[in-house]
Design a protein around this ligand. Structure first.
Ligand code: SF4
Length: 414
């Protein structure tokens, strides 16, 4: 199966046929069982236009666009079917997404369309890290997903690897791979990503990592080195949070100039941000929170389109990142949290706020906030964050933002 195609038509021509008929059927991955390959079938000419990239050294190729996010798929069955048809065959979920309804929704889809299971590269995550916990969590996930295996199993939301993934973990992973319930193993991270990647590269036996990665972070030197280390170690990388969403309050405007510039180029700013990430061929794919057909089609169009960003595009993205830096948390909690007498998970609180203010998903934000350590609300209100603010590379007014979080999120999930 080919990885990516060369440009064959202008962007205008492409947009005319976006989401329309395809260009022929891709071949299967030789030497791999069908369960490992993502193989378009007869009615999938549409899907054949989705570019694929190798996933580390696994021998698997994945579509550059995947479907993910904490979504209730029980009421998005049509979306799943359409995603598959368009070649979005990397499906990402987690044991706790939408209170289990994300996995249950995918399971409901597979119950109705059992033949589609082998066409999906299925990813789920667990909050457990002990062998007993992972075992229980995996069995529960398989039941909800109505399948006998997942293609990639991830430890969910690590902020460090040392002391979490060790030889005991490896023993469980090898046993579980051998009995066929998981194909590949790794972790997801949205805190201290560069350090996590660097540690993973040194371990040398992980298959995949899902990380926060976007136009704001990809030029960072530590991140660049860490990505290189993972690629050398054969680890497949999936980018998430690729829109680099800021809080909606404070921090340098909404980027009207950026919006207009990309519209003139025939791209939305969302498509441009996806393209910025895809331009790094070290990234196997993007896992995107696509909760409706409009976003699915917009992103699929961007994935199939071969237009490259130009120097001016990149300059504008960089300038926007600079101007709005104080409203974007880079997840480097090790920096600011080390300066606090009382432990406060600043980066996690910032992420909750991003769900609320940028995704406009207050339920997800409050659920995530409710999982933070007890007593967090009063600590947000009482802690002096001034020393932490001095170290923040994004120059965020941390104290002000933490107080806003306490006000907006500091009560029970609705
Ligand atoms: S508040 Fe600043 S230092 Fe703390 S995690 Fe966010 S960007 Fe990093």
């Amino acid at each position: 199966m080919k990885a990516e195609k060369t440009p064959q038509s202008s962007r205008r021509q492409f947009l005319k046929k976006a989401c329309g008929a395809g260009v022929g059927m891709a071949a299967g991955v030789s030497g791999l069982s069908r369960a490992w390959a993502i193989t378009p079938t007869g009615d999938d000419t549409d899907a054949a236009e989705m570019p694929l990239r190798p996933f580390g050294n696994s021998g698997v190729k994945v579509p550059i666009l995947g479907l993910g996010g904490s979504l209730n798929f029980l009421n998005r069955q049509l979306l799943l079917g359409q995603a598959l048809k368009m070649g979005v065959r990397y499906w990402d979920t987690a044991d706790n997404y939408s209170g289990g309804r994300s996995e249950e929704g995918i399971g409901a889809y597979f119950s109705k369309h059992p033949e589609d299971r082998k066409r999906v590269f299925l990813v789920t995550k667990t909050g457990a890290t002990s062998p007993e916990g992972m075992e229980r969590s995996l069995e529960d996930s398989l039941k909800r997903l109505k399948t006998d295996h997942v293609d990639l199993y991830l430890l969910h939301g690590l902020s460090r690897v040392a002391g979490v993934i060790d030889d005991v973990t490896r023993g469980w992973v090898e046993k579980t791979k051998a009995d066929g319930r998981i194909r590949l193993f790794g972790f997801s991270t949205h805190r201290n990503m560069a350090a996590c990647l660097a540690q993973a590269g040194r371990l040398g036996w992980l298959d995949g990592i899902m990380l926060t990665y976007n136009y704001r972070l990809m030029a960072d030197e530590d991140m660049t080195r860490a990505v290189d280390a993972c690629v050398r170690a054969g680890i497949g990388l999936i980018a998430m949070k690729t829109q680099g969403r800021a809080f909606s309050f404070g921090g340098g405007g909404r980027g009207e100039e950026l919006v207009q510039h990309f519209l003139d180029r025939g791209l939305t700013k969302h498509q441009a941000r996806l393209k910025a990430v895809w331009e790094n061929s070290q990234i196997s794919g993007i896992c995107s929170h696509m909760d409706n057909m409009t976003i699915l089609k917009e992103n699929v169009t961007a994935a199939r389109d071969r237009t490259l960003l130009g120097d001016r595009d990149r300059r504008l993205l960089k300038r926007h990142a600079r101007r709005t830096a104080s409203a974007y948390c880079a997840g480097c909690g090790d920096i600011c949290e080390s300066r606090l007498d009382d432990p406060v998970p600043v980066a996690d609180v910032m992420r909750c706020l991003m769900y609320a203010h940028s995704y406009n998903d207050y339920q997800m934000a409050r659920e995530a906030f409710a999982r933070l350590p007890s007593g967090i609300r009063s600590r947000l209100l009482q802690t002096d964050f001034s020393a932490a603010e001095q170290l923040c590379p994004q120059r965020i007014a941390i104290g002000k933002v933490m107080r806003r979080a306490a006000e907006d999120l500091g009560y029970s999930p609705v």
